[in-house]
Write a protein that binds this ligand. Structure first.
Ligand SMILES: Cc1cc2nc3c(=O)[nH]c(=O)nc-3n(C[C@H](O)[C@H](O)[C@H](O)COP(=O)(O)OP(=O)(O)OC[C@H]3O[C@@H](n4cnc5c(N)ncnc54)[C@H](O)[C@@H]3O)c2cc1C
Length: 481
């Protein structure tokens, strides 16, 4: 039987294992696989911690419905009943500007205004800034097809104020990235298509909104479909659902792979930190780019160097749980903070307002703040106590929260948020070409390459499984000979 080793037990690795089984069965071939994870638990950046009825997300707290991969996977895994819509009643997001919180105007789609009256009435953007955004309606298309940064694109189409007050803080909050270095082609290809097809982003968004089908009402027992979705027990429900669908003996935690070398006649040898060696006909590496570079250095220094060129930002999430009477309810999901405000935190989510099932009863309010990412990355490495102090001082200043939190939890993500900077897709093309030419049966998948969101990782895990099954089907070799 042909053998596949998957390295990394985050969402990409587990999805690759799931689809490897499915695709092999569909192709009528027998495949044995083993997933190796260096840490003590599965999930990678998906970390949900549940304590005294508080459900705390250390990494992602949701996924977007627009990319259907997670919803489809949840249906296959039989966990659709665990899906959790966000609480629509409080959909507003605020922006801190000039020390005050302003609601993002209704009708703002990503960064683009699509409703004139709420936009005109919003005090967030000055009148010159609003007029500059309106210029998008008449500005010509970009002449060349070369890549540009998200910051340059937003400034060119909508102006600097739109970038500073809306684009940069939203992107910093969501991508943990810097809009001045972020590749538009790799991160927001949709904007390029809009400009190519419609010239004006405002026109393109209005047309897209008019065409978008209304989400079908949920069937009995089905979760309502909101833009952001999660799971009742937290994102860990997805990891648990995947793990339950796979044979436990195939998922091995606490095993670090140290290096990968090619075998004579095809296939790969994986040297484990414990001294053992494992043989495989095909390998799927779902480890973050810099870890993958280390694994591949003995095999291909050129690929390893390309991987090291993908910057990894550092960030931290700080969750604070307060008694309800200590927090003024904004009736919103939270707020983002532009760099120009000079704050140490970038954003805040009212977790227990956005989602049900996050606190045991309405007497508690759960807040999550972010530091690092696109700016102030050095803060991410501070000790937990200092980060809690920073978050509390900022929240006291911005929201007037004076009470003691009843619970706090910090999660650090050091050099582990991939940044798709200008040239990212060119680097990826060079990596793919080398893999194809020199390393048959070796796939790289995960957040460092084709999308950082959980749905992107699910898509990439499936893609890697499909490619691997096609390769095995073609070669029909066995490592067990
Ligand atoms: C704070 C934060 C908030 C986020 N918010 C969102 C959000 O709300 N929505 C969203 O869609 N996305 C969000 N993301 C992004 C998303 O969570 C990640 O991109 C995704 O979970 C990455 O999955 P992965 O499987 O590719 O990588 P990882 O989760 O990093 O998994 C890789 C695994 O490989 C293992 N590994 C590494 N080296 C070795 C080795 N040598 N041997 C064996 N194992 C190894 C690691 O231990 C790890 O478990 C967020 C990310 C962070 C950090």
């Amino acid at each position: 039987m042909q053998k596949v080793v998957i390295v990394g037990g985050g969402i990409t690795g587990l999805t690759a294992a799931y689809y490897l089984q499915e695709k092999a069965q569909q192709a009528g071939i027998e495949v044995d696989y083993l997933l190796l994870e260096q840490g003590p638990r599965l999930g990678g950046k998906i970390v949900t911690e549940t304590e005294n009825g508080f459900v705390v997300e250390g990494g992602p707290d949701c996924f977007i419905r627009e990319k259907p991969a997670v919803l489809q996977l949840a249906a296959k895994l039989g966990i659709s009943d665990k899906l959790l819509p966000s609480n629509d009643a409080s959909t507003g997001t605020f922006v801190l500007s000039g020390g005050k919180l302003h609601q993002l105007p209704d009708g703002l789609m990503i960064l683009v205004p699509t409703k004139i009256i709420p936009f005109a009435l919003s005090p967030l953007i000055t009148w010159p800034g609003k007029l500059r955004m309106g210029l998008d309606l008449i500005l010509p298309r970009k002449k060349t097809a070369s890549d540009e940064s998200l910051g340059s694109f937003v400034t060119r189409r909508l102006g600097k104020e739109a970038l500073d007050k809306i684009g940069e803080p939203l992107i910093g909050g969501i991508h943990g990235g810097n809009s001045q270095t972020m590749s538009l082609k790799a991160s927001f290809p949709r904007f390029i298509k809009m400009e190519e097809e419609q010239r004006s982003l405002i026109v393109a968004m209005l047309k897209a909104r008019a065409k978008a089908p209304k989400p079908a009402p949920p069937k009995p027992g089905e979760a309502k479909k909101t833009y952001f979705m999660s799971f009742k027990g937290g994102m860990q429900d997805l990891i648990a659902g995947l793990a339950a669908s796979l044979a436990p003996e195939k998922l091995v935690s606490g095993v670090k792979v140290e290096k990968i070398t090619a075998r004579k006649g095809g296939g790969y040898s994986l040297a484990l930190a414990k001294g053992e060696t494992i043989e495989a006909d095909a390998v799927i590496l779902t480890t973050p780019a810099w870890d993958t570079a280390e694994l591949l250095t003995p095999l291909d220094t050129a690929i390893a160097q390309e991987l090291l060129n993908i910057p990894q930002a550092s960030s931290a999430t700080i969750t604070l749980i307060y008694r309800k009477q200590d927090v003024k309810d904004l009736g919103s999901f939270g707020f983002v903070i532009p760099a120009s405000e000079g704050r140490q935190i970038n954003a805040l989510t009212f977790t227990s307002v956005k989602w049900n099932h996050r606190v045991p009863n309405p007497d508690f309010v759960s807040l999550r703040t972010f530091v690092g990412g696109g700016r102030n990355q050095e803060l991410a490495s501070l000790p937990d106590t200092e980060l809690v102090q920073i978050a509390r001082a900022e929240l006291a200043d911005i929201l007037g929260i004076q009470g003691e939190p009843v619970y706090s939890k910090v999660h650090h993500w050091i050099q582990s948020r991939p940044q798709y900077v200008l040239g990212h897709l060119d680097g990826l093309t060079r990596i793919e070409a080398r893999l194809k030419e020199h390393h048959a049966g070796l796939s790289l998948a995960g957040a460092s390459y084709r999308g950082i969101g959980v749905p992107d990782c699910v898509n990439d895990g499936e893609r890697a499984a499909t490619d691997t099954v096609a390769f095995l089907h073609q070669t029909g070799k066995s490592a067990a000979r």
